[in-house]
Design a protein around this ligand. Structure first.
Ligand code: UD1
Ligand code: MG
Length: 450
């Protein structure tokens, strides 16, 4: 059966106390909405419909940035979860597969849990994702009869006996699309909140003699975010799980609690990550590399055998080929560094290509920006760039060329040439001593005078 995702993301998230819509707050460098979309995407959905409301334009931009085929529909008034799902109806006209409702503020639902729900739907009309809550608090309660889910009762509307139930509603629901919308048509708002509750579809389905059941998951998967404190807890939960998964995959984290990962961080086997490293979005590190302490990486690729840091910064577009070394206080941005090249100390390499096995001396800077435009620096293979060379782009250094330390290179250098551009050295014999004696005499005279 084909799948359509309906992701609810219209809520304001008042308790976030923010101008940003709640679902766009980030966990592991990615909007929470993206986490929910990514979990759903593993089912290869035919449609992804995001129901936006507060900050709809921003939500639309984030949804389509992650999946350009995502459809974003607007719920202008937030009248309840059933009303929110109803907004997806026009987008799913004629679709007769499974509709899966997810929440944009519940980032950790796992793909295999969603698969279990899909499976359960082959023998039931409605499937709800439930969990045993350590503290059921205000969650909707799942009223079971054997394996059958009879109805869901919201906390506000529940009796004492129902409030004693610990099996709770996560909010995730799977149902055949046309049946879902038929049931939603029948939902009213005669309840304590005067809202159209999606949860009412269970009782309605059962009244029609349809079957409903529950798939359960760990409570951690259903963790929702309502406040900044929840956001911090969600971040901690993500990081802890992601670090464990990396270590299971054969990556050494010397001090795992000090390494921060993004939703999409990929690190290959037998790579070692030293303490205090931050991986921003879109980083891939191949196997057998070493990321040394206090480095910051984002939007970059490190090939097999690379050594990065300590104290290195790889910015978007940094592409390191195999066995490249990037040392301390080196920043690389939008630059391809070919195999075996070394940039070991105190450099900025931006908008550049560096050829294989080239050695970039300490303090070298590609002067890529003229205040208005960015320009490219090309450095060929097997070059030796002397310390403190300023490469004023656009400029090209031929294969096998050298530059003298302290040179300001403003025009292209031919292959195998040595380029020097610095004031010639002059030497004045004995002058240092004379100068020092003169200065000492001057100081002594001043002290006598005072
Ligand atoms: C809902 C469930 C409850 C479940 C809980 C799990 C209902 C009636 N109740 O309650 O059983 O235990 O989630 O967290 O469904 N939203 C919209 N438009 C609306 C209303 C909500 O987009 O008109 C979105 C919210 O932004 C949020 C999600 O739907 O992402 C859930 O809404 P929320 O108001 O948080 O529902 P709960 O009261 O928590
Ligand atoms: Mg909620």
């Amino acid at each position: 059966m084909e799948t359509a995702l309906i992701i609810l993301a219209a809520g304001k998230g008042t308790r976030m106390n923010s101008d940003l819509p709640k679902v766009l707050h980030r966990v592991a460098s990615a909007p929470m909405l993206e986490h929910a979309m990514a979990a759903g995407a593993t089912l290869a959905p035919r449609h992804t419909v995001v129901v936006a409301g507060h900050g709809a334009d921003q939500v639309r931009a984030a949804a389509t940035a992650f999946d350009e085929d995502a459809q974003v529909v607007e719920q202008t008034e937030q009248l309840g979860t059933a009303h929110a799902v109803a907004q997806a109806r026009p987008a799913l006209e004629g679709f007769d597969g499974m509709a899966l409702v997810l929440y944009g503020d519940t980032p950790f639902v796992q793909p295999d849990t969603l698969e279990k729900m899909q499976e359960a739907l082959s023998t039931h009309d409605v499937v709800v994702l439930g969990f045993e809550a350590a503290d059921p608090a205000r969650y909707g309660r799942l009223v079971m009869q054997g394996d059958t889910l009879e109805r869901i009762v919201e906390f506000k509307d529940a009796s004492e006996a129902e409030r004693a139930i610990t099996l709770c509603n996560s909010g995730v629901v799977a149902c055949k699309s046309d049946l879902l919308f038929d049931l939603i048509d029948k939902v009213g708002n005669g309840n304590a909140s005067e809202e159209y509750y999606l949860t009412d579809i269970i009782g309605l389905a059962r009244a029609e003699g349809r079957s409903a059941t529950v798939v359960t998951c760990a409570e951690a998967e259903t963790m929702g975010v309502n406040s900044r404190a929840d956001l911090a807890r969600a971040e901690a939960a993500f990081q802890s799980r992601a670090r464990d998964l990396l270590m299971e995959d054969g990556v050494t984290l010397i001090a795992p609690e000090t390494v921060f990962l993004s939703r999409d961080t990929y690190i290959g086997r037998d790579t070692v990550v030293e303490p205090n490293v931050v991986f921003g979005p879109n980083v891939t590190v191949e196997s057998g590399s070493t990321i040394r302490a206090f480095s910051h990486l984002e939007g970059c690729h490190v090939s097999r055998g690379g050594i990065v840091g300590p104290y290195a910064r790889l910015r978007p577009g940094a592409e390191l080929a195999e066995d490249v070394r990037i040392g301390n206080f080196v920043e690389v941005k939008n630059a391809q560094i070919a195999e075996g090249a070394k940039v070991n100390h105190l450099s900025y390499i931006g908008d550049a290509t560096v050829g294989a096995r080239s050695n970039i001396g300490a303090g070298t800077i590609t002067c890529n920006y003229d205040g208005v435009m960015k320009h490219h620096t090309h450095i060929g293979a097997n070059t030796f760039i002397g310390s403190n060379t300023m490469l004023v782009a656009p400029v090209s250094i031929g294969e096998g060329a050298m530059t003298g330390s302290g040179s300001v290179i403003t025009s292209d250098v031919d292959p195998d040439a040595l380029a020097l551009s610095r004031a010639p050295q002059v030497e004045k014999p004995g002058m240092a001593r004379k100068l020092r004696d003169m200065l000492k005499a001057k100081k002594a005279k001043m002290q006598r005078g005072s």
